[in-house]
Design a protein around this ligand. Structure first.
Ligand SMILES: CC(C)(O)[C@@H](O)C(=O)O
Ligand SMILES: [Mg+2]
Length: 574
């Protein structure tokens, strides 16, 4: 690969590799088998979230070897390191989920610290799970050294009784089983066939949503986020990412040149267009924050409201990630959105070219129905909608893709933890028409803003998905369906109105007008607020306690440090 010549003396790695005072430092590099030539080449961090916690991560170390070959082929020296993950599918439905969102920021922090400590010149970050994708992209924006993101790829769908299934079917099967609508034998068979390969949860759930974001925001190479984990073509993307990051070093193209306000709007557009995970409304503000860009839940919601819903993907629709890749991949989706004016085409990407330039050669595929043309959508507005009102002055979010009815009025049934609500659902101790309220599950109150797929899927599995509504200051899985409103802010733990609700209060939700209100006057709310007492959590120490001390509200992405780009030293410039 012919790289433009560039001034190597500006590279951060000079702090580690150049001059007599760095002889000790170099001795460590020699100890790992590096040659003198390799030591003085640009050092590229290859961060992966490899571990044996989940199928999302299991193939990442293998894939990273190809990335390293790409870096080396372009005269860079790859340095591989791993960070942690918490996998929601296994953390779901118990206290373990409190570690999930916390892990996003720990991932960003740990990548930051490895990169800073060793003065790596660039980063290729590989992630495969809900929190590792945004965590890695946050680290890239925070560090602002040339970076490429690469997804580990989606899992393949399983086959059960002749139909394609994902882990969503299992979570919903738990509800079916609890009311006698599924036998022990079928549940046993389903759990053995639902997840047949390595890769992240297979439909437009959180990992695939954030993977789509990685291409739309410009941090990943076109097509790279769509290829399923077991497909060998992933190796080509890995090699290309390794080579390309060397060009980004040479041309000094950095993440904050790429992740602009317009790029964030492009990312929100693909989420809405595909009925993606509501978690994007949390992660996009957090990524923006790392760049010093104000882009909160309301900004995301504005894009959601003006974007046509065109991706017929599960959980709202019919297809899985593999089908989208085979239909033409994420560029196919972006092509039609761009053609009809829904994307900013002039945003720079890691190819060194703009979105519009990347899409030039993409042709529309008429022989597929995974993605509809943007001028012939499934619905004219996005599959995810922002809400606001007396119950959520700081906003809330709901996925409407696949919902029959977008309005709901009913009496509140209040629960102060997910466990309490799950027990009521499991035992069918709720009424049709109820608005189930799960509170003290926000970023501070949980702590950790749990995702509540076990409860929402159980409701769905009981056939009650459209007969009750559920609202929470916690959040939902990308696989949640039903009338489920999350991120209600401010959260109960800081005195938000959701914490003032009592059983029987009447709640009105209207996703068509973007409203969520409680039929209580300002005076009623003020009176209740006066006697409200903050609650203590059981977490008085540990990483989860530490998180609760610094985390902000969901509206701004539940970030754990106040400063954006302007306040953060990028070691690249020291
Ligand atoms: C387990 C899932 C489906 O991956 C969930 O965590 C999500 O958010 O999509
Ligand atoms: Mg999740």
């Amino acid at each position: 690969m012919d790289l433009p010549s560039f001034d190597k003396s500006r590279l951060p790695s000079r702090h580690v590799t150049e001059g007599p005072s760095r002889a000790p430092h170099r001795s460590y590099l020699y100890a790992m088998g590096l040659s003198a030539k390799e030591i003085h080449q640009p050092l590229v961090g290859v961060a992966t979230c490899w571990n044996e916690a989940a199928p999302c991560n299991i193939s990442l170390m293998r894939q990273a070897q190809v990335v390293k070959k790409g870096v080396a082929a372009a005269d860079g020296t790859p340095r591989e390191f791993c960070t942690i993950t918490v996998t929601d599918g296994i953390a779901m439905g118990h206290q373990g989920m409190k570690a999930s969102l916390v892990s996003r920021d720990v991932i960003a922090d740990s990548v930051e610290l490895t990169m800073r400590g060793h003065c790596y010149d660039a980063l290729v970050g590989m992630a495969g799970c809900d929190k590792s994708l945004p965590g890695m992209m946050m680290a890239m924006c925070r560090l602002n050294v040339p970076s490429i993101f690469i997804y580990g790829g989606s899992i393949l769908p399983g086959k059960f009784k002749g139909r394609e299934v994902t882990v969503q079917d299992l979570f919903e099967a738990v509800g079916q089983h609890s009311v006698g609508r599924m036998s022990d034998e079928d549940l046993d068979e389903l759990e053995q066939v639902a997840c047949p390969s390595a890769g992240a949860c297979g439909a437009q759930f959180t990992a695939n949503t954030m993977a789509m974001v990685s291409e739309a925001i410009g941090l990943a190479l076109p097509y790279s986020a769509g290829a399923p984990a077991p497909y060998e073509i992933r190796d080509r993307f890995g090699f290309a990412a390794g080579e390309k990051v060397m060009e980004l070093i040479a041309r000094n193209i950095r993440p904050r040149d790429i992740v602009t306000l317009q790029a964030l709007e492009n990312a929100a557009t693909v989420v809405a267009a595909t009925g993606g995970s509501t978690n994007a409304a949390l992660h996009l503000p957090a990524i923006a924050h790392e760049c010093g860009i104000a882009f909160d839940l309301f900004d995301v919601a504005q894009i959601f409201n003006r974007t046509p819903y065109i991706g017929d993907l599960k959980p709202g629709g019919r297809y899985v990630a593999k089908d989208l890749f085979e239909a033409g991949g994420i560029p196919l989706l972006m092509k039609t959105l761009h053609e009809h004016g829904y994307l900013h085409g002039d945003c720079l990407t890691v190819t060194g070219r703009t979105i519009a330039e990347n899409l030039e050669k993409v042709r529309w595929n008429p022989d597929q129905d995974v993605i509809r043309p943007a001028n012939d959508p499934i619905t004219p507005t996005g599959g995810v909608v922002g809400l606001k009102g007396s119950l959520a002055p700081d906003g809330a979010i709901v996925k409407v893709a696949g919902l029959k009815n977008q309005k709901f009025t009913g009496p509140a049934r209040c629960f102060d933890s997910e466990e309490e609500c799950f027990a009521a659902v499991r035992d069918r101790k709720y009424q049709e028409g109820d608005v189930l309220v799960i509170r003290y599950e926000g970023p501070i109150g949980g702590p950790g803003m749990r995702e509540m797929l076990s409860t929402t899927a159980a409701l769905y599995g009981q056939g009650m998905g459209d007969k009750v509504a559920l609202i929470t200051d916690g959040r939902f899985s990308g696989a949640t369906r039903g009338f489920c409103i999350g991120h209600v802010g401010p959260e109960a733990a800081v005195g938000g109105p959701i914490g003032l609700l009592r059983d029987g209060d009447v709640i009105d939700i209207d996703a068509t007008t973007g409203r969520i209100d409680v039929r209580l006057s300002e005076e009623d709310l003020a009176e209740r607020r006066a006697s409200w007492q903050p609650r203590e959590t059981d977490y008085r120490s540990s990483a989860i306690w530490k998180y609760a001390q610094t985390v902000g509200q969901a509206r701004q992405g539940a970030v754990t440090h106040p400063g954006g780009a302007a306040e953060t030293t990028t070691y690249a410039d020291i």
